[in-house]
Design a binder for this molecule. Sequence first.
Ligand code: LMR
Length: 331
Amino acid sequence: MRRFITASCLLLAGLLGQASMAWANEPIIIRFSHVVADSTPKGQGALLFQKLVHERLGGKVKVEVYPNSSLFGDADELAALQNNEVQILAPSMAKFSNLSPGVQVFDLPFLFDDQAAVERFERRPHGKALLLSMVDQNIVGLAFWHNGMKQLSSSRPLQKPSDAQNLTFRIQPSSVLEAQFHAVGANSARLPFSQLRDALINGKVHGAENPWSNIHSQQLDQLQPWITESNHGFLNYMLVTNPRFWYSLPYQTRSELEVIIDEVSWSVNQAAQKLNAHDRDRVLEAGKAQLVTLSAEERAAWRQAMRPVWRRFREQIGDELIQAAIRSNGI
Ligand code: LMR
């Protein structure tokens, strides 16, 4: 009898051993889904992450990249992350509006002067804390990735705020952005990024707000005759994962992934400005859309028109957070 038990135990141990070895031999799959083109700062970042993981952790971890909403789109990607159907996303801040009110600070119009200010805010405690603000919803931020300053494209030239009156702009799912367009007498339609082109083609919307990289990669300049260089806001992303998945990874693997993410984030954020400048040049060279530039006084008028949005969201976002963001404009 004892011999039987010992033999059974050995068999079971052997089977379990085989099973865990089989598990250990399977590469860990990380699906990285996003909604923009490969050529954009986010698209390039996802591909660099895939490349570095392949070079340094090949065999142990495999990254699959799904650009252009090819796996999940704006409407379902966060739920897919929470359910572990996808393991990494980099949604723009507006997409977290319902999950973390503080994150809405990034969408307040004319708040950050430039990318350097956004970076200072993110490095300091108030900004950094936002990475952990959705942990109870099974989402944790790993890094901030930049795109660039947003410009207004439209069916007619927008020189002064009242020129936007009664136009409908496509917006991301955000009450702040809704209020921003409302402040200049315009309407807005919340639409997933993947529906933007169609909405412009079929006249559902007359305008949009995007950084140059998204304008160029979506060829919005072919659809919109005017682009106002308003620099009225900043499109920024949070690279997120699902903490249940992330903290189940073997410690060594997770640490190596985190080192890669730091390197990739640095590279994305270094390249973002250059890439947007390059895409701006390409749009202007193509000569389809006409550029509208704003004088200092005209830009001040847009700022003044949109500024009441800050007050309206002060309570929801938190005054301390807004003040911290304002301070980041100084050195
Ligand atoms: C948008 O929906 O306009 C952006 O968030 C798209 C993106 O990810 O750059």
